[in-house]
Design a protein around this ligand. Structure first.
Ligand SMILES: [Cu+2]
Length: 317
């Protein structure tokens, strides 16, 4: 009541769904072997096995999408962006010993990519918003194992706004949350199926990094200035439903799952469901250094040791 917000201007839900359905049909219908870039965006990522070190001294096997060539990154993860409606071509190089399959949340799945193979899939960029590239063959497991990349579809207006006529912003940060049970990772690294009946996550990453590396990376250390509107694109490919807590500020929930929010008031804790996205606007109304972290304290540890994991800081001057 005390915080009137501009009413979001959005496509109707029907129009949004229709356009998403078109994009989904295109993604599944046009896998192209060895294709050249058909449109304005061409991204190449490799699927690789990695060994990652954590603050408790452990080294844990992970499976990652890794950016190749001119593909952008945020932290350890590829970052894929293009304008809505533009043609996008994703090329996946599979360096693993098992076949995998790329998928984009809300759009569909691409072709199976055999071990050692390279395949491309082309699709029109969906309506402006935040999406996830995931590994779809082992859905439900591959996120905790480390596979993820954020895809941002920019509005055709070319403005710094979430969608045409939507909330505007001065700066943007991509914050992707993943939780992992290292027993699952160890099983997968040994080419055996994880015991999916038991999931007790003990390692937690933000853009593939854990604190203090998150705070050292300018893409997760949220530096901003008094008076700015900062867009935070949160997403989650772990299994834990995250409740991200802000010290110092209340944030506006701009959209959840790319559906504009018209009901929730400004909040200091926001939900990011497993497999979901939540776009926030932080209006910088005070200076200082403020933590941002999941409200579940285990997520701010490395196997119980504090403070590591999915902690980062807002630094407002
Ligand atoms: Cu706190």
């Amino acid at each position: 009541m005390s915080n009137p917000r501009p009413k979001p201007v959005a496509p109707t839900r029907r129009a949004f769904l229709a356009r998403s359905a078109q994009a989904a049909a295109a993604l599944t219908a046009t896998p192209v072997l060895g294709a050249r870039a058909a449109g304005r965006a061409a991204w190449t990522v490799e699927a690789v096995a990695t060994q990652e070190s954590f603050g408790d001294g452990a080294t844990v096997p992970f499976f990652r999408f890794q950016a190749v060539g001119g593909t952008a990154v945020r932290g350890r993860l590829p970052f894929l962006e293009a304008t809505e409606g533009a043609g996008a071509t994703l090329t996946l190089v599979n360096r693993l010993a098992v076949a995998i399959r790329p998928g984009v949340t809300g759009l569909g799945v691409g072709p199976l990519v055999a071990p050692g193979a390279t395949r491309s899939v082309s699709f029109p960029m969906p309506p402006a918003g935040t999406y996830l590239l995931q590994e779809a063959r082992f859905a439900g497991v591959s996120g905790p194992l480390g596979f993820a990349a954020v895809i941002v579809s920019r509005p055709s207006s070319g403005r710094q706004e979430l969608w045409n006529g939507g909330p505007s912003y001065d700066r943007e940060f991509i914050l992707h949350y993943q939780d992992s049970d290292d027993r699952w990772n160890a099983a997968a690294a040994a080419m055996t199926p994880p015991n999916t009946a038991v999931y007790e996550p003990n390692y937690f990453t933000l853009n593939g990094l854990s604190y203090p590396a998150t705070d050292a990376d300018p893409d997760t250390h949220i530096a901003c200035q008094m008076g700015e509107r900062v867009l935070l694109r949160l997403s989650n490919s772990g299994r834990v439903r995250q409740s991200i807590h802000f010290h110092g500020y209340h944030v506006e929930v701009a959209a959840r799952g790319n559906v504009p929010n018209t009901t929730l008031p400004p909040k200091d804790t926001v939900e990011v469901p497993a497999g979901g996205t939540t776009d926030l606007i932080l209006t910088v109304d005070q200076t200082g250094l403020y933590p941002v972290h999941p409200h579940s304290l285990t997520a701010v540890t490395a196997n119980g040791l504090y403070p590591y994991g999915q902690l980062t800081l807002i630094e407002a001057v």
